[in-house]
Design a protein around this ligand. Sequence first.
Ligand code: ZN
Length: 219
Amino acid sequence: MSANPDVDELLVAHAAGRLPEPVSLVVATHLALSPAARERYARYEAVGGALLEGLAPAPLDPASLDRVLARLDEGSGDGRPAEPAAPAAAAPSPRLPRPLRDYLPGPLDSLPWRRYGDGFEYELPLGTPGYRATLIRVRAGGAVPQHTHEGNELTLVIEGAIRDANGRYARGDLAVADASVDHLPTAEPGEDCLCLEVTDAPLRPTGSPDRSFNPFVRF
Ligand code: ZN
């Protein structure tokens, strides 16, 4: 799922500083979780820098690229080595990458979650007009309500994995959906799922009406 052209467009826009804050947060978190995305992003940054300096695009200096990649690794690694082990008595705590963690007012379990399908959602207080950024937690095997989209939807898997008609997305994968997609994202069995989702328009439910849905949708 790492070579999606839509995702690469986002990486280019992020390198140019052209993304609204919620989308920028998703991309930054994606970069923190995905070494493959970081590598592609470093190339876009290097090319963008060369263009800004009025230089003709030239083959990248491998040493320079290595330094950039090393810096990214230091600054935004996927957190695995640095994360302290969760206390044995506590519920498993998903490993939150830095850009996202900095946006949360407290630990996951302290947030005011609301029911959403088989899971729960929490809306981040970003306040960017037209955008909605939510964390979505779904138990292993559970699903969010089937829906399509009136605009764009970015779903970044933070923990666990989800499947829909388009494929499987695991930790660090970024799924892009729009009005052409009608899906029923479902957490894989065996591990609870946590996703960061950003939309720029309401979702429209298309499945069974008896699942609870968020109040922002238009019926
Ligand atoms: Zn969707």
